[in-house]
Design a protein around this ligand. Structure first.
Ligand code: SF4
Length: 733
């Protein structure tokens, strides 16, 4: 039998590596990096090389499941949709559309069909109770971009391939492969900065693999990044002075920012951040003096009470060093599906959050979402508007949301729950109906979101390489599932012809996108629905591509290095980069005032990533979890000694939310005062169907994270810097 070779983009993380898959008799027998991929050039990580193991995982769901008498039984799609219509109908009959909530997991954004299908589905659903993994991740970055640029989805990325100085905070790309910065072989690009004479500085409470690849490691107390970045701003202004360069005519609010941050300087924040003043001043001067520089903050800075301010301050530094929107600085990608900036005037209506507030805690919506940290409140609190049903897509909030034991109990109390997922996991076990999503091999793929976060302008498309009716596939794609759910939410019969339903969705999307339906849709006819919409989007983009162009380039199309986009892309009311948006300035005042409040003292918990893990959902792939357990509690030798703990001991960790027992890993790679657990583990609960994951269960760190402290501007949960106590497990425990 002749081997077939297929090329596709890895959908597992933001790096978007090109893969070369060898198929024999319809089965993928090898996955390796695509050396001809225009972006990744052969780079691959252990997860990507096992993509086929995910597709072939015997525990992956192949048919819909309906819970009957507490047990899941296999069902046909028609039976499953009928059960969904009946269950949701019962809840809607009370007349409250907000009683049905939605939670979208991280993989949703890596899924073309889901990305296109959720919008019309949510419109048909008509609920304000939308939650997603964004509020345990990157929402602060959207808020700061919305405030500064009037565009929450326009996030500047460090121009890794041209920068001379990279300052990274709360980021560990050696494990994560980069986030909010799409850069396959991120660490190769970091090495190249140093090879061309540049400098890489990493600020982190742990000595990570990323630190080992850097010139300098600065240890910081968890949760204090915003104070430190504020001090960098002040030290630049007082020392070498701000230099906005070509950006100067397009920036407003700098004086107000410098006034507000004045009390934060290298000396005043030193004790709080654990960084001596001389180091802070030296880095401030170096950032300003470098020919080009970029400040890049990621999840460790964003999952704190000050996440939005930390995100904003990183970009303020990029502005005042003249590095925003210039090669080698922090730049805006130009996705192939975006319209051209040419002939556009800067300015617009700006962006705002808080158009409505959550029922129980009154937290503002951000981008139409409420924080997942308040989902349990909305389920548990009686009264009009209570969440009584939930629909999840590719999400496992029972492992990824704060205070997850509480959320676990809340989900168990729902009147009805539907999950679209590939696994029966800790969250989907609460569902009444599970609708299985296809494997990555059976999905057409194009990274709509990550084109906008990429360090080069690149576009690629991967057709499905397994047919929908393959015996190992469930038969329907995510777009078709959302189309049918939209039909149900519209009060129509769930067993209507799915071809007609998806056609209606395509028409709705085309009309909403402002496409000339008669003319442009004609060009996209005879394609599956997802491809038809993608084709229309590409035709509208600045690059003038069609889907056939992408089909003709299976290794992707490189549209070149990032180019300056300011001021044309700005949509703020003033048409400038607005540094001093009122909500941000109020929060900056709170930050300055909070410096006077002494920290609680004691140990704080932070999370960590591992290259072989992907939040909670790749732990059922044996080769990714084999070997020594990685779900350990890292603790500094001095803290371990004080707690009477030796390496390998079982340690009891307690917080205001809960407690767990983890195996201690005593290491000086973590700073004193900080302990560290990875998240996404704890797979030993009854009712799941992930045998490998259950056998290497680990512990769930979100038992310890609390849901009461959030970043007020973004609603992001505080997942780093959680006060905890640690002691040796006593017989009574
Ligand atoms: S780095 Fe990310 S995109 Fe690349 S192979 Fe690994 S999981 Fe896939």
């Amino acid at each position: 039998m002749t081997d077939e070779v297929h090329y596709r983009t890895c959908p597992l993380c933001e790096a978007t590596c090109g893969l070369e898959l060898t198929m024999r008799d319809g089965t993928v027998v090898r996955v390796r990096g695509d050396r001809n991929d225009v972006f990744s050039k052969g780079y691959i990580c252990p997860k990507g090389s096992l993509l086929h193991k995910l597709a072939d995982d015997p525990d992956r769901l192949r048919s819909p499941l309906i819970k009957r008498d507490g047990e899941f039984v296999e069902a046909t799609w028609d039976e499953a949709f009928a059960a969904v219509a009946e269950g949701l109908g019962r809840v809607w009959d009370a007349g409250d559309r907000n009683a049905v909530a939605v939670y979208l997991g991280n993989p949703t954004v890596h899924n073309l069909g889901a990305m296109l299908g959720t919008k019309p589905f949510l419109r048909a659903l008509g609920t304000r109770n939308l939650y997603s993994a964004s509020t345990v991740d990157q929402m602060p970055r959207h808020v700061s971009s919305g405030a500064m640029f009037g565009r929450p989805d326009s996030i500047p990325v460090p121009d890794l391939d041209r920068t001379d100085y990279l300052l990274m905070l709360g980021a560990n790309p050696a494990e994560s492969n980069g986030s909010l910065c799409t850069a396959p072989d991120f660490m190769g690009r970091v090495a190249a900065i140093r090879a061309r004479g540049g400098r890489v500085v990493v600020v982190d409470p742990r000595r990570t693999r990323t630190v080992h690849a850097a010139d300098e490691h600065v240890t910081i107390r968890p949760g204090t990044d915003a104070w430190w970045l504020g001090a960098i701003v002040t030290e630049i202004a007082r020392g070498p002075g701000c230099n906005l360069g070509a950006l100067a005519p397009h920036v407003s609010g700098l004086d107000e920012v410098l006034d507000a941050l004045g009390p934060l300087d290298a000396a005043s924040v030193a004790e709080r951040c654990g960084i001596d003043a001389a180091t802070t001043r030296r880095i401030a001067v170096a950032l300003r003096a470098a020919p080009t520089a970029a400040v890049y903050g990621r999840i460790g800075t964003h999952t704190t009470e000050w996440g939005t301010l930390a995100s904003w301050l990183a970009d303020v530094i990029n502005v005042i060093t003249g590095n925003l929107d210039r090669p080698g600085g922090a730049m805006f990608p130009t996705p192939a599906i975006a319209p051209s900036d040419e002939a556009r005037e800067p300015g617009g209506r700006g962006w705002t959050a808080g158009r409505w507030a959550s029922r129980v805690r009154g937290v503002p919506e951000v981008r139409g979402e409420f924080p997942v940290a308040t989902l349990a409140d909305e389920i548990e609190t009686p009264g009009p508007g209570r969440v009584r049903a939930l629909i999840t897509h590719a999400g496992n909030p029972v492992r990824s949301a704060p205070n997850s034991e509480r959320l676990d109990r809340a989900l168990a109390s729902l009147e009805f729950m539907v999950s679209i997922d590939i696994y029966l996991n800790e969250t989907t076990r609460h569902a009444d109906v599970i609708l299985p999503s296809p494997s990555p091999l059976a999905k057409a793929h194009c990274d709509l979101a990550f084109m906008g976060l990429s360090v080069r302008n690149v576009v690629n498309y991967s057709p499905a390489i397994r047919p929908a009716d393959h015996p190992d596939e469930p038969g329907l794609g995510d777009f078709e599932i959302f189309a049918t759910l939209a039909l149900i939410a519209s009060g129509l019969v769930p067993d209507a012809d799915r071809g007609i339903v998806t056609g209606l969705m395509v028409s709705a999307l085309a009309t909403e996108g402002g496409f000339d339906v008669d003319h442009e849709t004609a060009a996209a006819t005879n394609q599956p629905p997802v491809e038809a919409i993608l084709d229309l989007m590409l035709r509208r983009g600045w690059a003038g591509l069609t889907l056939d162009d992408l089909r003709a380039h299976p290794h992707g199309i490189d549209l070149g290095a990032l180019v300056p986009r300011l001021p044309a892309m700005l949509r703020t009311p003033s048409g400038t980069v607005e540094l001093a948006a009122p909500p941000i300035m109020r929060e900056a005042e709170r930050l300055v005032a909070a410096l006077a409040t002494p920290p609680a003292g004691g140990l704080v918990l932070v999370g960590r990533r591992h290259e072989r893990s992907n939040n909670s959902w790749m732990h059922n792939i044996e080769r990714l979890v084999s070997g020594r357990s990685r779900c350990t509690l890292e603790i500094n030798p001095e803290d371990a000694c004080a707690a009477g703990i030796a390496d390998g001991d079982e340690a009891l960790v307690e917080s205001a939310a809960g407690s767990l027992v983890a195996t201690a890993e005593v290491t000086d790679a973590i700073a004193r005062g900080t302990v560290c657990l990875p998240h996404g583990w704890g797979h030993d609960v009854a009712g799941t169907r992930q045998r490998t994951a259950a056998s290497t269960a680990g512990v769930n760190s979100n038992v310890l994270t609390t849901d009461d402290v959030i970043d007020p501007l973004s609603g992001n949960a505080r997942l780093n810097g959680i006060p905890v106590s640690v002691r040796a497990v006593a017989p009574a425990d």
